[in-house]
Design a protein around this ligand. Structure first.
Ligand code: SF4
Ligand code: MG
Length: 316
């Protein structure tokens, strides 16, 4: 992903300049085969839009997307639709994303029909195969989504993504709607499937404690930009950006000795239609200086593989 932006035009007020909402504002990102890259940030920071732009489910305003050596940017809608067999999305709310009038069998058959995979017999076999892969029984196939619990519905959502045997899955808050006890089961399932099928995940979450176990690397987003990215161990042990530090201070740690004082951020997330000048985090940052209010920091590699966007963080 290179220079990805998504700006939504806003209705211009009388006598006002035409404005736009900069949901994604220039993102560079590499996702390696077989890894889980998590994108974390408060709701409204642009992480879902980023995930959808990567699959071109939302058309980016600008930027380049290369997947598996192929430039997706110029692909026609039809070619992109075919490509999406390799890149699937798992949604946050499995209830809203599963058609209530269709049986589980129909829901799982749909992607095979759309992508013209196999004949009727092969499709049937594949549906039976995938439902068991996600830990459900083939006996459930003729039931409707409302007959399932939240966790079971998310298993069905995962089966629907998995049935095309994709290479990449973008999971947008896949456990946020679930009880904590169920969250762990779904995260374990995702990890097992990743191992078995060598899947690559982009895992979107507002919660650093949820992505802790599943991630290889973590990218922290704030107001449409990545402010820090590092491998998981480094990010949790030595966060550098003040925003990452604040997010991490809210994560409960099992060992009370390691617990840090909670950093409470001042104010709310500013509107992406009118982002603050300079470093967009400055109104909420305890370390902001005049330089921060004037000039936006760039995302720079401060140590190997550890990128931070903050004036106060020096290269090591
Ligand atoms: Fe805070 Fe300045 Fe760093 Fe922005 S650049 S995070 S305002 S210290
Ligand atoms: Mg979202």
């Amino acid at each position: 992903v290179k220079g990805l932006t998504k700006h939504f035009p806003l209705q211009a007020g009388f006598g006002k300049k035409k404005a736009s909402l900069k949901a994604v504002d220039g993102i560079d990102l590499t996702v390696y085969e077989g890894e889980t890259l998590s994108i974390v940030g408060e709701s409204g920071c642009g992480k879902s839009t980023t995930g959808r732009c990567m699959l071109r489910l939302i058309e980016p305003t600008s930027g380049q997307l290369v997947f598996d050596g192929q430039d997706l940017t110029g692909l026609s809608a039809e070619a992109m639709r075919r490509k999406r067999r390799d890149m699937q999305l798992v949604f946050q709310d499995p209830f809203a994303s599963l058609n209530p009038r269709k049986t589980i069998r129909q829901i799982l058959l749909d992607p095979l029909v759309v992508h013209r995979v196999g004949n009727a017999g092969e499709r049937k076999d594949r549906v039976n195969w995938v439902i068991e892969k996600v830990g459900l029984s083939a006996d459930y196939l003729d039931r409707y989504p409302h007959e399932f619990s939240g966790g079971q519905r998310q298993r069905i959502g995962i089966a629907r993504a998995l049935i095309l045997q994709p290479k990449l899955i973008v999971a947008d808050e896949p456990v946020s709607a679930l009880d904590v006890s169920i969250q762990a089961q779904i995260l374990n399932l995702l990890q097992d499937l990743q191992q078995e099928f060598k899947l690559t995940y982009i895992f979107i979450s507002h919660d650093l404690s949820v992505v802790k176990h599943i991630s290889d690397r973590v990218a922290v987003m704030y107001l449409g930009k990545i402010v820090e990215i590092a491998d998981k161990g480094t990010l949790y042990r030595e966060p550098q950006h003040p925003y990452t530090k604040a997010l991490l201070s809210a994560v409960p740690l099992p060992n009370p000795k390691l617990r840090k004082e909670r950093i409470v951020l001042k104010g709310d997330l500013p509107s992406p239609s009118n982002p603050p000048a300079g470093c967009t985090f400055h109104p909420r940052c305890a370390y902001a200086t005049d330089a921060c209010r004037m000039a936006a920091p760039r995302l720079e590699e401060k140590a190997e593989g550890h990128y931070v966007s903050c004036h106060l963080v020096d290269k090591r």
